[in-house]
Each structure stands twice: as structure tokens, then as C-alpha cells.
Design a protein around this ligand. Sequence first.
Ligand SMILES: [Fe+2]
Ligand SMILES: [Fe+2]
Length: 272
Amino acid sequence: MKILFLGDVMGRAGRKAIAERLPLVRKAWSLDFVVVNGENATGGMGLSGAHAQGLLDAGADVVTLGDHAFDQRDMLTKIESEPRILRPLNYAKTAPGLGARLFTAQNGKSVFVAQALGQVFMKRPFDDPFSALDAALKAAPLGQRADAVIVDFHAEVTSEKMAMGHWLDGRASLVVGTHTHVPTADARILAHGTACLTDAGMCGDYNSVIGMEPVEPLRRFLTGMAKGRFTPATGEATLSGVYIETDKTGKATRIEPVRIGGLLAQQGPAPI
Ligand SMILES: [Fe+2]
Ligand SMILES: [Fe+2]
């Protein structure tokens, strides 16, 4: 299968790039399945139901969330009626929606997608993501119930994300980090066939501080005092993420970083 994962969509700039480019990319690369992390698509904070629909309409098969999952209140109800949206498995026991689910791709293949939150340097404590993903993946073994398994590990630190790659090596087609909004340059296939990238980066304007206009973040770093609100940067976004190919066992045979449009050097399995 040919699978694309795109990192955190950041505000209007990110939504615009998804709407304009994802349909073309999906066709040009003959993609079988697309997962988009949408946790910052609405004003940088959460994802509204309408904006979630926009990501799905542009060609996402599944939209994942993160620590900002329910910043927009209407996601509390939207996620109950739209099975293609996933929130983290270990967000809260009472949270609406699911953190993992088996989907059917347009080509008829079964794709299991799961998301979990990390524990290190996150705003509040979450349950152990290693045991949560372990249990979830046992329900859809790779190469048996699932033709592909995609794990979005939404975490702050590189070590925790790299550890998760090794924990799930051989049981997932792809383990990809999200949340930091900065892509790492370590796309590789691990020893037992899991494609791994520590962070996908964001789909947002990189002339920013992790997607926000620099003025207010700079003020807070310089003075420790908040004066205004964070506002998403509005320049052209780079679609940032990762492309993988899998064989009939579900293991990865190829991984390529993806950066399309905007400020970052362009990358992908083929030119767009
Ligand atoms: Fe996040
Ligand atoms: Fe994010």
C-alpha cells in the first residue's frame, strides 16, 4: 500500500494547503490511504466539526487529534458521529470517541489507525501510552486482521517517540511522532519492518514559532509576561509528513519524508 501521513494542520494556512494540494498529491502518488493530524486546524487550538469535515473532504481517510483534541467544544459531539476522527487512546477514560479503529481503504484493504499521547513534558499526566498501544494493536495484528497499522504518537520528547518505535517494531507499518510541529530528519525502517519518523512536523507556515506569529511567543520568552493571544501565522504552509509503502505482510518497504510548498526544502517520493 501507498500511505501518506501529514502532521499537525496549523490554522487557516494549514487548512488552505490541505484543501489545495492534498487532492493533487493523493492522485499524483496514487495513495491508498491518508491520515492527517488535525489538532491545531482551528485557530491553532483544536479542530471544529466543520474544519474536520474539510480535511476529510480534501482526501484524509482518517483525522487524528492530540492534547488539543477537545479545545473546540463541538468536537465533543462531532467525534461521536464521525468514526473517521480519532482522539488519543489515553486522553481520558470518559472522553467521547475512540483512540483506535480498523478502517477499510478505498482498495478494500484493512487499515488499523491508533493514536496515543506521550507522558514526558506534557501539560497533564496521561495513562501509560506503551501499554495502551500494546493492548490496542493486539486487537488488530499486522498481516492478519490489518493489512497496515499506522500509529500516531503525539508526544513532546524525541526519546519517548523513538522508544515507541522500537516497542512497536514489527507490529506497525508506521510509527510517526506528532505534536512538536518541527520535522525530524530520521525517517528509517526499523529492524522488524516498522517505518519510523520521530516527528512529522506541521502543515503550517514555517515563518513562525511552531506555527504561531512570532511576536507574542517572543514576548513571553523575553519577558515571561503574556500580553496578547497566540495567533497562527498566515504565510504559505508547507505540508509536512511522511510517505511509506508496505508489502503484503504490512511491513514497510520504503519511507520518504514529505515537504510540499512553503518555506521548507521540498521532499517526497516524486515531484509534485
Ligand atoms: Fe499537540
Ligand atoms: Fe500540534
